[in-house]
Design a protein around this ligand. Structure first.
Ligand SMILES: Nc1ncnc2c1ncn2[C@@H]1O[C@H](COP(=O)(O)OP(=O)(O)OP(=O)(O)O)[C@@H](O)[C@H]1O
Length: 310
């Protein structure tokens, strides 16, 4: 018999796998979504820390697990940096009243991209955005679309590294997008279908950027009646708002799906957004102390020459 995840676990509780016999001690709740509840756990006997997701719905969780297995079989890694796998263990949790399916994955330390950007400043979108596009490219080149891209599903580490979480919305290219969130959904803006193609993710990524830099303006645009809402509302925001100016040429293509490939999308972001920011760093004005020191040195040199030649 399966049961719902109404059962609340508290720190110290142990979740035991019915088939594989793995056991995990609950450290704390990490988050709750529509499909499941995620806990930070420690493998029993002093093992490593992981994130453990219990599913509200066996079918939904199983389909998420199937996608993760398929990605793993294709040699895709959850984190491009350390090659971490998507799945550590899949099993059913044994509880007094029945069992609940769960899977164990790597614990992603970090904070949602929106929190990271509001704490560190909007310039950090340049680097983190490139990392997101690279992860999307890896998925696209393996035949998948992320689908439910939104700031909450993008975790940022302290130096701007990125990891996507919640692979429940991943769909094979050509199928229907199975999970989406209104603002980032192409269908919501009457900007195209909900068929999984690379452009679906480019669109969501564009709206994520607009959300992070112009949240209030996006909120206003989203309030328009559904039949009146169009991609032009987003395009004119991207073209006219000063905060979006540096991203405007990329966003225009991202919102309208005009890239040859995800490789081109990454390269354009790198060329037009990232190099602009490194140029800006190089053009920093010379500090006053350095100018002063230089002036003093010139005067001293002049005095020395005068005394020497006199
Ligand atoms: N690997 C992880 N490491 C750290 N925290 C995680 C991890 N996976 C999920 N979380 C946390 O748990 C929350 C819920 O997880 P997840 O998004 O997978 O659930 P969901 O039910 O699919 O959510 P949604 O309703 O957005 O579809 C996340 O917002 C995040 O805060």
């Amino acid at each position: 018999m399966t049961m719902s995840t109404d059962h609340a676990f508290i720190p110290g509780d142990v979740i035991r796998g019915r088939w594989r016999r793995g056991s995990y001690r609950i450290c704390r709740l990490l988050g709750k979504g529509a499909n499941g509840v995620v806990y930070l756990v420690q493998q029993e006997n002093g093992g490593r820390q992981y994130a453990l997701k219990l599913g509200f719905d066996t079918v939904d969780l199983q389909s998420e697990i199937n996608v993760l297995k398929a990605l793993q079989q294709k040699g895709i890694r959850r984190s491009p940096e350390d090659g971490a796998p998507f799945l550590i263990e899949v099993d059913d949790a044994e509880l007094p009243g029945g069992h609940i399916p769960f899977y164990v994955m790597r614990y992603v330390k970090g904070e949602p991209l929106s929190v990271f950007i509001s704490r560190k400043g909007p310039d950090w979108l340049d680097l983190t955005g490139l990392h997101v596009l690279k992860q999307l490219r890896m998925l696209h080149e393996s035949g998948y679309v992320f689908g439910d891209l939104k700031p909450d599903n993008i975790m940022a580490g302290s130096y701007g590294s990125i990891e996507l979480i919640d692979y429940g919305g991943v769909s094979q290219i050509g199928r229907s997008v199975k999970q989406f969130t209104e603002w980032y959904d192409r269908g919501f803006w009457n900007a195209g279908s909900r068929t999984a193609d690379e452009a679906y993710d480019w669109f969501s990524f564009s709206v994520v950027c607009i959300h992070l830099l112009c949240g209030e303006e996006l909120k206003r645009a989203a309030k328009v009646l559904p039949q009146m809402r169009t991609v032009d509302d987003l395009l004119s925001l991207a073209a006219s708002h000063p905060r979006l100016t540096p991203y405007a040429s990329w966003l225009k293509r991202g919102l309208t799906g005009r890239f040859e490939s995800s490789r081109e999308a990454c390269e354009l972001w790198d060329r037009t957004v990232c190099r602009r920011s490194s140029g800006r760093t190089n053009r920093k004005p010379t500090p006053a102390w350095l100018t002063g020191t230089f002036a003093v040195s010139v005067v001293l040199l002049g005095c020395a020459l005068y005394l020497f030649l006199r």
